[in-house]
Design a protein around this ligand. Structure first.
Ligand SMILES: [Zn+2]
Length: 312
């Protein structure tokens, strides 16, 4: 069981406009390589680029969403969408790639709960509340100096996501908002692509206190493969393993997952250049003596637990 909790591949494929589409995309992953890698569930984040933010981010996400459904129809023999709990076991049974659709950046809601519900109806099952900046829901990590948490609208969004069975994603969210979400949410939340700040001090990473909070909430942290978030220049697989090890020591092995950020970054660590190299993490964990049970949890079972708890 292998789950990757974050990639920006839909945007990359949409912008490339190559005939093979998602089946044979040249970036960090495509359908062929996902199948080759043994990935069971891939989160696909729809991320509106800066020039569309804030005014036209919803428009941009809808374009990508239509493009995704087009790609899904073209490749329906190989991939499927995860919309409810039952779809989880279905995709494991059929061997199709299960696609979990996410939006990265709550500004797409334009301060309107109805848009959240419409996106849900269109297949979106996870929302990254903010990107790096402020929106109607909360402040992102680049606004940390204000100390701003969830807005009134943000509170409504959390409640509505809980009610609908949507996965709340706190990666990119400023710390005060992070704690507001944990206090408010009655289901587990994810940090789909963030690492440990104790291992490498980067604003996109989580403090030990945050990781403990997330663990208490039953959520999952998806380890991100971007070198900047892992360690000093030239960071590699060893650094990535330090984050895994630190979090395991801090809270145990029940709250870790993988959140590659494939196609959301130009640079990756030298050992992992695309999705087919994911198995190198598994091999490295094995070499370091991690029990098979822990490896299974980290590579997918922990995330599956959250999906099972949250989705309807
Ligand atoms: Zn991101």
């Amino acid at each position: 069981m292998l789950i990757d909790m974050h990639c920006d591949t839909i945007l990359a494929v949409y912008r490339n406009q190559q005939p093979g589409g998602i089946y044979s995309h040249k970036g960090h992953l495509d359908l062929q390589r996902l199948l080759e890698s043994g990935i069971n569930i891939q989160f696909f984040a729809l991320f509106p680029e800066s020039i569309y933010r804030p005014g036209r981010s919803l428009h941009r996400v809808l374009e990508m969403l239509d493009f995704f459904w087009e790609q899904l129809e073209e490749n329906f023999d190989l991939m499927d969408i995860i919309a409810c709990k039952a779809d989880l076991s279905k995709c494991l049974r059929t061997g199709k790639i299960g696609s979990l659709l996410a939006v990265e950046g709550g500004e797409v809601l334009e301060g309107e709960l109805r848009i959240l519900r419409v996106l849900y109806r269109l297949g979106i099952r996870s929302l990254g509340l903010t990107w790096n900046y402020r929106n109607e829901i909360a402040d992102g990590v680049a606004e940390n100096q204000t100390g701003g948490g969830l807005t009134k609208f943000g509170v409504q969004v959390i409640k509505e996501m809980n009610r609908l069975g949507m996965i709340i994603d706190v990666s990119h969210l400023a710390e005060r908002g992070f704690w507001d979400v944990l206090e408010l949410s009655n289901s587990p939340v994810i940090a789909s692509h963030s690492n440990s700040r104790a291992v490498w001090n980067h604003p996109r990473n989580l403090s030990d206190e945050q990781i403990k909070g997330l663990a208490q909430n039953g959520g999952v942290v998806g380890i991100n493969f971007v070198p900047d978030f892992l360690g000093p220049p030239g960071a590699g697989l060893d650094d990535l393993l330090k984050h895994i090890e630190h979090i395991c020591t801090l809270v145990g092995d029940d709250f870790l997952g993988l959140g590659s950020d494939f196609d959301g970054t130009k640079t990756l660590i030298s050992e992992i250049q695309d999705v087919t190299h994911l198995s190198r993490i598994v091999e490295a964990l094995r070499k370091r003596g991690y029990p098979e049970e822990s490896i299974r949890k980290i590579s997918g079972e922990n995330c599956l637990r959250v999906l099972t708890q949250v989705l309807q």
